[in-house]
Design a protein around this ligand. Structure first.
Ligand SMILES: CCCCCCCCCCCCC/C=C/[C@@H](O)[C@H](COP(=O)(O)O)NC(C)=O
Ligand SMILES: Nc1ncnc2c1ncn2[C@@H]1O[C@H](COP(=O)(O)OP(=O)(O)O)[C@@H](O)[C@H]1O
Ligand SMILES: [Ca+2]
Length: 556
């Protein structure tokens, strides 16, 4: 076994009835078969192949440790109540046994499976005596509670019983609560009774008693928590929510257990929409800073958002879908098809300030991954005011103040502050968008034929990342932007002028903001780099995962 630094505790313990030397250090739990033996039982002259008999677990991946109350040394489950007497007895006879003192403990280790799905794996250590077992459990728990692991001990959980397929309560009770219990996380669980219930509670709750806030629901429910925490923080700090002020970050991390319709935020921050995976990210204390947009209508603050904000096609689709909430997630497909057939274009002007990160752009083929360099070294963190030159963008007028303007008739205008992966769009409608670079990707779909728009939508649902490669689509990486709808005009009916048949045609759409309708068409939006932290780590490199899962025979 390689030399291990910072040893906290070590002893010989049995795993699968074989003696092992087990070492707890400040960073790892390591075990190695104590004596290697050949097939005939005699000591081997060859050392064990490292990955067959030695296992090293980084403590960041240790989910929990528990004494095994029902195991004795010979690995036979026993019971405190034992059945006696002959099988002929109608009523079995029981005698009370002394409760068993645990002589074994189990650890639950993170098991990364393909497609970013996480599960737990159990390894049991037999100690032979109660005292040694107690010492091991205490030592491991003490080490894991070190601040550097940043694990939550107490959580406030909101369950939205009306989100998605209405399964949030059963998902929480059956899949998530047992995991939190295993990890000894205290929870205060609140089942919401109405929209904005969670936000109301967050306005007054004693947040010092918890280490994080969790929602069991969709993107809309997450956005409620995001707004609740940010509003509270600004109010307490006396920060005005105006376009001239920068919001302060909340002190708590947010966790999302997916139980909504789209679940784009969870998908984009963990790589999958799987409730147990999300719970494990929370238990292990993962943390990632994500960008948040503040949205205003003139000077009036409207709300915060961190995924998709879109006008025209996706706005109309959302508004239409609201009356069909009973359909669950498929309401979006029906409304999407209807609005596609309408092929409605809206006139307006998009203006924006480009990102200071000149080396990146929405088509640069650089995915945001866990530990992403673009996010880590983003210049937007320092809130730089200078935008780089945009000489290559010819159709756009630029002002001396760094603002660029783009006027036209649009089928859709959308800003993506993260790639917004979801089942419908597996690498996201803006695949190279970053979680924490301080920018949003603005997409403008100019008026085009249905077949052209369908080709764009179809490409969004694929994995080639070529949905922007059309002449009628423009994309920009920006740190601030605004939209102004062209003024409505009252139109006199040309067909029957004598009847004075005035018709006011609705020429504006609505905004789809994380699945909520914003009725004000004219918005100004600023991106705040990594303003909130989530219990997640971004999408991990897949090769790394494959290497991990084949590391050890004990794991198989
Ligand atoms: C040929 C048809 C192909 C269709 C591909 C369409 C691409 C879809 C891109 C969807 C982007 C979703 C971004 C996330 C939005 C959510 O915040 C929002 C609300 O999510 P929630 O219902 O709260 O989970 N959902 C929707 C559909 O607007
Ligand atoms: N008990 C409730 N009844 C009705 N609406 C609720 C309730 N709790 C939360 N909401 C609202 O439901 C909206 C959608 O919830 P969400 O969990 O995102 O589901 P979905 O993904 O299906 O839209 C949220 O914006 C939230 O404000
Ligand atoms: Ca971003």
């Amino acid at each position: 076994m390689a030399e291990i630094n910072d040893v906290v505790y070590q002893s010989s313990l049995d795993i699968n009835k074989k003696p092992h030397q087990v070492i707890l250090s400040k960073t790892h739990l390591t075990w190695e078969a104590a004596v290697s033996r050949t097939c005939d039982g005699s000591p081997s002259s060859e050392p064990f192949i490292a990955n067959k008999a030695c296992r090293q677990i980084p403590l960041e991946e240790l989910i929990a440790v528990c004494p095994e109350k029902s195991l004795n040394h010979s690995n036979t489950p026993t019971s405190a109540r034992r059945k006696l007497g002959s099988p002929k007895h109608d009523t079995p006879l029981y005698i009370e046994m002394e409760p068993m003192h645990p002589v074994a403990f189990s650890i639950y280790v993170l098991n990364k499976t393909p497609n970013h799905k996480w599960r737990k794996k159990k390894v049991t250590f037999f100690c032979g005596e109660e005292k040694l077992c107690d010492t091991w459990v205490v030592k491991i728990k003490e080490t894991l509670s070190d601040k550097r692991f940043n694990r939550p001990r107490s959580l406030l959980v909101f369950v939205n019983p009306f989100g998605g397929r209405r399964k949030a309560p059963s998902i929480y009770d059956c899949q998530i609560a047992p995991l939190f219990e295993l990890a000894e996380i205290q929870t205060h669980v609140i089942k919401t009774t109405h929209a904005n219930h969670a936000k109301e509670i967050l306005a007054h709750y004693n947040l010092r008693t918890v280490d994080g806030v969790v929602c069991v629901g969709g993107d809309g429910m997450f956005t409620e928590l995001l707004n609740g925490l940010l509003d509270r923080r600004q109010r307490e700090a006396g920060i005005l929510q105006t376009p001239q002020h920068s919001p302060l970050p909340p002190n708590l991390r947010i966790g999302i257990i997916p139980a909504g319709s789209t679940d784009a935020i969870v998908y984009t921050t963990t790589g999958i929409n799987d409730p147990k995976t999300s719970a494990l990210h929370i238990i292990l204390g993962d943390s990632i800073g994500i960008d948040v947009c503040s949205i205003y209508s003139g000077q009036e603050f409207l709300r915060y958002s961190c995924s998709m904000l879109s006008y025209g096609y996706y706005g109309d689709m959302l508004k239409d879908s609201e009356s069909n909430r009973w359909m669950g997630p498929s309401r979006y497909q029906l409304a999407g098809a209807k609005k596609f057939l309408g092929n409605r274009a809206y006139e307006g002007e998009v203006s924006f300030r480009l990102s200071s990160n000149t080396e990146t752009n929405p088509k640069d083929k650089v995915f945001c991954v866990s530990g992403c360099n673009v996010c880590s070294f983003s210049k937007e963190k320092t809130d730089q005011q200078d935008s780089h030159s945009t000489d290559s963008i010819t159709e756009i007028s630029h002002d001396a103040d760094g603002w660029h303007r783009f006027r036209g008739k649009f089928l859709a205008v959308a800003s993506f502050t993260m790639s917004c992966r979801c089942k419908l769009a597996p690498i996201g409608p803006s695949p190279f968008c970053h979680l924490g670079d301080g920018t949003s990707d603005i997409m403008v779909v100019q008026h085009c034929s249905r077949i052209q728009f369908l080709r764009h939508l179809y490409r969004c649902s694929g994995t080639k990342a070529n949905q922007f490669d059309f002449p009628f689509i423009k994309v920009f990486r920006v740190k601030e932007w605004s939209f102004k709808a062209t003024e409505q005009k009252e139109e006199m009916s040309q067909s029957s002028p004598g009847k004075q048949n005035k018709s006011r045609e609705c020429r504006t759409s609505v905004w789809n903001c994380d699945g909520e309708v914003l009725e004000q068409p004219n918005l100004n939006v600023r991106v705040h780099c990594q303003l909130v932290n989530l219990f997640a780590r971004g999408i991990e490199d897949f090769d790394q995962e494959r290497n991990f899962s084949s590391c050890c025979s004990l794991c198989e």
